[in-house]
Design a protein around this ligand. Sequence first.
Ligand SMILES: NC(=O)c1ccc[n+]([C@@H]2O[C@H](COP(=O)([O-])OP(=O)(O)OC[C@H]3O[C@@H](n4cnc5c(N)ncnc54)[C@H](O)[C@@H]3O)[C@@H](O)[C@H]2O)c1
Length: 334
Amino acid sequence: MNILVTGGAGYIGSHTAKALAQSGYRPVVIDDLSTGHAHNVKWGPLVRASLSDTAFVRTVLQECQIEAVIHFAGSALVGESARQPLSYFQNNVGGTLSLLQAMLDAGIKDIVFSSTCATYGSPARVPITEGQPQMPLNPYGDSKLSIERVIEWMGVAGQLRWVALRYFNAAGADPEGELGEEHEHETHLIPLAIGAALKQRESLQIFGTDYPTPDGTAIRDYVHVTDLASAHVSALQYLSRGGENLALNLGTGKGASVLEVLEMVQLVGRQRVPATAVPRRAGDPPILVGDPQRARRILHWEPSHSALGAIVECAWRWHSRSQAQVHINLVTQS
Ligand SMILES: NC(=O)c1ccc[n+]([C@@H]2O[C@H](COP(=O)([O-])OP(=O)(O)OC[C@H]3O[C@@H](n4cnc5c(N)ncnc54)[C@H](O)[C@@H]3O)[C@@H](O)[C@H]2O)c1
């Protein structure tokens, strides 16, 4: 079964392409490589193109005999979205509308969509359940919510069958060491902390130490990227069994504070993480933790790799290996 993986050269998409191949699917990746890397595409063909080219996407869907779509492609930096709202709506909403039109033209109905906890904004209660109000605080979250609305209405019209997966904080790396997080503009805590410990990056900035949390730093729900990948395969299988359209949280139900993450990085890496406290960022809620009960019940999903220590170990192995590789390359070149 051929599955189109949009954004499959990126972080979560590439791990999912691997999980698909391991489950007997053939992932066909479409990616414009704006933030992804061709070397992440190892389990099927890479078509280098933007989703905005509807006619081309339709041709790919038809010629590659695609049966379902997993849709990761998009722009995903909250801060950047606040500075460039138009480009976020253009790429995320515009790109998705183009993809959906191509799917409609090609008669493909099943889609698993990458949504986000950023659609909830600042929740009144944690852990967050899927029925809680979605009130995004930034253009990124709002663009994802807009996409959820479009696919929901297309579902009502009988044109789509969909699962929207609202991830909390994706983290970690492939335990077999084949893939990891490689964002040129990194904003995620774990790679930033590891980079600071390995002296690849500047001292870590801790945004806010006066939150109403036990240690004063913000709490987030970290989910291993391998667990996210397996949820996508399960969601695809759920749709092919005729499951109903729905949104599911992919969180663990437990959070870790910035300081707890930092301590875990120091413990795993046996290196100090140089860090500086700076004021809170606007729009950062104190606690974001997702209730995974619905995903457990419906997809039988277990985030079995998502203990904080396991996430940091995989990430540390990946980033320190990358450092060793850079060193080898430099030595070979000189
Ligand atoms: N990383 C997280 O913690 C997280 C949390 C919640 C949701 N998400 C969502 O998951 C998805 C994947 O996130 P990621 O961290 O892997 O990001 P990523 O930047 O590594 O991957 C996104 C991929 O999409 C490609 N892309 C972007 N716009 C495109 C377009 N118009 N046409 C074709 N390809 C395009 C990029 O080149 C990249 O390979 C995103 O939609 C993001 O919003 C991520």
